[in-house]
Design a protein around this ligand. Structure first.
Ligand code: HEC
Length: 154
């Protein structure tokens, strides 16, 4: 067997072997009372945009695309989810103090305004998560108004 063939075979073997190392899925299957959707009565289009563009990495329920069944894709996703949730978890938003909620709302606003989130590799695979200027403006205005009203009442 030529060296080229041996190397190719090794790659195939490694690829097949890693298919068995499957990270746990981030899917609680329930919407907590502390979920952003329950804490705030955001207009339907605001909530659905957040759910569509952010919840996969920032909640307890990820919608897994078909390619998440292929390694190492699921590893990359699991890493994004654990890092993302550590910074912001929409499922547990209501368990933050009001002060913390205000600062989180502003953080979310800034990430959207600066087009930092969703992360580029995610946008590549999820067309609907590429926010239009109109969608961004809608989110930014609502986030600002909500942060302001929380600040006034506290
Ligand atoms: C594909 C996964 C993914 C998606 C989708 C995603 N994020 Fe993130 N997000 C991350 C990761 C990973 C981090 C942590 C980055 C780090 O530690 O540097 C993060 C961090 C953040 C932070 C904290 C920023 C900081 O510097 O501390 C905010 C706020 C945030 N994301 C908001 C959002 C919003 C709003 C959306 C939707 C518009 C969104 N994210 C979509 C993965 C994602």
């Amino acid at each position: 067997m030529s060296l080229k063939k041996k190397i190719l075979l090794l790659f195939v073997a490694v690829f097949l072997a890693i298919q068995f190392i499957i990270p746990a899925h981030n899917k609680s299957g329930q919407v907590l009372p502390t979920d952003f959707a329950k804490v705030f009565t955001a207009p339907a289009n605001v909530q659905s945009t957040l759910q569509n563009a952010c919840y996969d990495c920032h909640s307890n329920n990820t919608n897994y695309p078909w390619y998440s069944n292929i390694q190492p894709m699921a590893w990359v996703m699991a890493r994004h989810i654990s890092k993302g949730k550590a910074k912001l978890n929409f499922s547990g938003f209501g368990s933050n103090t009001t002060r913390k909620q205000i600062s989180k709302l502003k953080e979310i606003l800034n990430q959207i305004k600066d087009s930092e989130m969703p992360i580029p590799s995610y946008k590549l695979m999820h067309k609907s998560a590429r926010l239009s200027q109109d969608e961004k403006t809608l989110l930014i205005n609502w986030l600002q108004a909500t942060a302001d009203s929380l600040s006034v009442s506290n």
